[in-house]
Design a binder for this molecule. Sequence first.
Ligand SMILES: [Cu+2]
Length: 173
Amino acid sequence: MMTHLMSTRRWLACGAAALMMATSPAAMAQRAGDIEVAQAQALPSIPGARNGGGFLTIVNHGKADDKIVAASSAVCGHVELHTMSMENNIMRMREVGDIPLPAGKTLRMQPGSGYHLMLMDLKEPLKIGATVPVTVKFAGGGQMELQLKVEPRDKIAGGGAAMPGKGMQGGMH
Ligand SMILES: [Cu+2]
C-alpha cells in the first residue's frame, strides 16, 4: 500500500500533459481488495461555481457490504458525500454520512440523481480533459487514490441515457 501511494504521488508530479496521455477510460479501473472503481469522473464546473461534482462507478466484488465514509482532494477545500433527489418537484442535494456499497452490487453515480462526491470550494475550475486527484476512504479501512477525469455530462457513468430532469440541475454542479 505504501509503495503504491508513493508511486501515485510521483506520477502526479509528471504534470497534466503526461497524465492526459497516460489516462484512457480503460486505464481508470482500479481495484483494492473487493472494491473496484470502474470509472472515476467529474463534471466540468460551471463558470463561477464554487463547487463541482464527482462521480464513481464502483463494484463491490465481496460478500460483505462496504461503504464510502470520506473523501478528500487537493483541488478543493473539502469533499462532501452527497445525495440528490426530487422533493416537491425541486432537485435537492444533502450531505450524507456515508455512501453504501452493498455486497455484490455496482454503484453507478450519475449526475441528476442519487449519490455523488461534492467538491466544495474549488481552488480552480474543473475543465474537460483535466484530471482531479481524489482520495476515497472506505468503512473497511482501505482507501484509494483516484484520478477523476473531467468529462462532459453525457460521458459520465457510461452516459448517453436520456434522464428526466437532465437539464434541470445544470446550475447545481
Ligand atoms: Cu452535491
